[in-house]
Structure formats: structure tokens, C-alpha cells
Design a protein around this ligand. Structure first.
Ligand code: 13P
Length: 253
């Protein structure tokens, strides 16, 4: 039996108008609204959070955001706080996605501040890490993952670690159609779990859910999610269409 409940989240990125978001959320909840075997999370853009929140009320499908600021309020034009997300019934927030790291300058230190602020506001952070192709090919994968895990999760208590979710997303697999093989992904997930053991202890390491992300499709989901240290997925492109997202979620059951 699985000791950790799988979690599959759809990261819609900068896609979907409000009307499109309602359609997609409605189609997903129609089939998965009472699914209790997998935690299902929809992460629309900020502009569609309220509409999606209303569309999935009273179902087992949860809401997540794609980013937030670490401060509670203030002069931070264009930003939103954890409290603001909670107000819209978000339970999760994606932090440190590789696109935020690459295009918006997010460092492990920033991701760490956001992670702490999310936890303090009772939001479960989905903390993203992953190496680039150049880093993998130059033999630096272990070093990069170790630095990201230690930096992004620095100073978290064991309880905070258990409330956090880690998403391993190799940058070379995001939106490229080039998925990590189940063995490649499992190797890194096991590494991440061993790093969690160092940060806390074995019980904590065994409790934290680690998602895989990067070109997950209905055709490869079940095999990836079947690996011992892979506890679900963070889905980009294939989460934009109800049928493929539903099939991916079923791959985690
Ligand atoms: P794709 O599933 O489109 O490769 O995107 C993965 C991702 O970045 C999810 O956060």
C-alpha cells in the first residue's frame, strides 16, 4: 500500500480566460469531484482563481495559485500575498517554478522566504526544483538539486516540511515532450528524499510528497507515478485539456 497520498496538480501557467477556466474546471469536477484517492489541485492564473474556486466548491478538487509574495501587504506593485490567496480558498501555491527562476530572477533565498510565508498562512507550498540540461550533462545534477533543496527549504521545522510538497521538474523536460524516464526521475526523487532525511529525520522524509513534472502525459503518467518515490505530478500542457488531465489523475490511482 502507498504510504503517501498521491497529489496531481495542473499548472495552467498563463493560459485560460475566466470563461475557459470555468469550462475546464467544470469538466474536471464532473469526473473527479468525489475522487478521494488522489489530491487534485487546479492552479489557474490569478485572474481565474475566484471563478475556479466557485466552480469547485463542495468537491474534492482543490485550488492552488502559481506564485505569491512573501510579505503580508505593502508597496509591492503587481504582487499578491498569501492571505489574499487564502481569501479565495486556495490551499496550495506553486513556488519557485523554473520559469519564475529563469525569467523573473527567483533564487533559492526568495523561494525560501515565500515558502515560509505560505506555511505561516496555512497554504501548502509546492516547491519546484530541477536541473537544466547543461547542468545534467556536465555531471552537476546532484550538486544543483542538493543546493536547491537545502536553500529553498532552509530552516523549516519538521512539521513545516511535512506540510510542504516538492516538485521535481527537470528544466529540459518542461514543455519539450522529452520526459525523464521513470528510472531517471526515481533516481532524483530518491536523492531528494535522502536530503529531506538530512534536513529532518526518516519519518519526515517518508511523509513528504514529491511530485514529478515535465512532459507528463496520459501515456507515461502511470509508469512515472508507479515509482516508489514519485507521489504524483505537476502537469503543464496536458492539464489544459480536461480529458488528458483526468486520465493523468487516474494514472495515480
Ligand atoms: P509540461 O507538462 O507542459 O512539460 O510542464 C510542466 C510544468 O512546468 C508544470 O509546472
Amino acid at each position: 500500500m502507498r504510504q503517501r497520498k498521491p497529489i496531481v496538480a495542473g499548472n495552467w501557467k498563463m493560459n485560460k480566460t475566466v470563461a475557459e477556466a470555468i469550462d475546464l474546471a467544470t469538466a474536471i469536477k464532473r469526473e473527479l469531484g468525489d475522487c478521494k484517492d488522489v489530491d487534485i489541485v487546479l492552479c489557474p492564473p490569478f485572474t481565474a482563481l475566484k471563478a475556479v474556486s466557485e466552480a469547485i466548491t463542495d468537491t474534492h478538487v482543490d485550488l492552488g495559485a502559481q506564485n505569491m509574495h512573501w510579505e503580508k501587504s505593502g508597496a509591492y506593485t503587481g504582487e499578491v500575498s498569501a492571505e489574499m490567496l487564502r481569501e479565495l480558498y486556495c490551499h496550495y501555491v506553486i513556488l519557485g517554478h523554473s520559469e519564475r527562476r529563469a525569467y523573473f530572477g527567483e533564487t533559492d533565498e526568495i523561494v525560501n522566504k515565500k515558502t515560509k510565508a505560505a506555511l505561516a498562512a496555512n497554504l501548502q507550498p509546492i516547491v519546484c526544483i530541477g536541473e537544466t540540461l547543461a547542468e545534467r550533462e556536465s555531471g552537476r545534477m546532484t550538486e544543483v538539486i542538493t543546493t536547491q533543496v537545502r536553500g529553498s527549504l532552509a530552516d523549516l521545522s519538521p512539521r513545516e516540511l511535512v506540510s510542504s510538497i516538492i516538485a521535481y521538474e527537470p528544466v529540459w523536460a518542461i514543455g519539450t515532450g522529452r520526459t525523464a524516464s521513470p528510472e531517471q526521475a526515481q533516481e532524483v526523487h530518491a536523492l531528494i528524499r535522502s536530503l529531506l532525511r538530512e534536513l529532518a529525520d526518516d519519518a519526515v522524509a517518508q511523509s513528504v510528497r514529491i511530485q514529478y513534472g515535465g512532459s507528463v502525459k496520459p501515456a507515461n503518467a502511470r509508469e512515472l507515478f508507479g515509482q516508489p518515490d514519485i507521489d504524483g505530478g505537476l502537469i503543464g500542457g496536458a492539464a489544459l485539456e480536461a480529458r488528458s488531465f483526468i486520465e493523468i489523475v487516474r494514472g495515480a490511482i
